[in-house]
Design a protein around this ligand. Structure first.
Ligand SMILES: [Zn+2]
Length: 179
């Protein structure tokens, strides 16, 4: 059977999200076909004024929306996108979050970095502090990858970007490489 038909059956017969994932993972070609569908990649997550029972993607009333929580926001600053459960809205919400982060050079990961959550953070004075890093993403600056490291001292918290290569030689596995 023609691959276009297979992907169409997957995507259009019922719009379950897992069918979208299957369509994207069958083969490179099937992924290209799925990616040619129309998505809204410009829905911005909101921190406040979150409307219940309303899909922020298709802007229709829906009493059963899901909430996409921005995966790498700090606890003080959380964003959300409400979306219908069917894949066109759910995938659009996901694409939008990834696109929104990229505006700030933040790249969402599809797999964790594979390094301990507690890290050694090299300090400019030559010492090393124990700390954590922002999970679920890496930051790109001048063509290089960084993690956003955080540590506390004397009740104050600090952040700095540390080159990823300091922790691993592996390239980060990004969500939607080709976005
Ligand atoms: Zn919707």
């Amino acid at each position: 059977m023609d691959l276009h038909i297979v992907v169409s059956i997957l995507l259009d017969y019922r719009q379950d999200f897992w069918r979208w994932i299957v369509a994207r993972t069958l083969s490179k070609k099937s992924r290209e076909i799925a990616e040619r569908r129309i998505y809204d990649k410009g829905v911005f997550g909101q921190r406040t004024w979150l409307q219940q029972n309303h899909c922020m993607v298709c802007e229709r009333a829906n009493p059963a929306v899901n909430w996409l929580h921005y995966c790498s926001d700090t606890p003080a600053s959380q964003r959300w996108i409400s979306h219908c459960r069917k894949w066109p809205c759910r995938a659009s919400a996901l694409y939008s979050m990834v696109a929104d982060y990229r505006q700030d050079q933040v790249y969402v990961l599809r797999e964790p970095l594979g390094i301990d959550s507690e890290i050694n953070i090299p300090r400019s004075n030559g010492t090393v502090s124990k700390g954590m890093f922002r999970q679920g993403c890496v930051i790109k600056k001048h063509g290089k990858w960084y993690v956003s490291a955080e540590w506390t001292k004397g009740g104050d918290s600090y952040t700095k970007l540390v080159p990823l290569i300091y922790y691993t030689q592996d390239d980060p596995k990004l969500m939607f490489n080709d976005l």
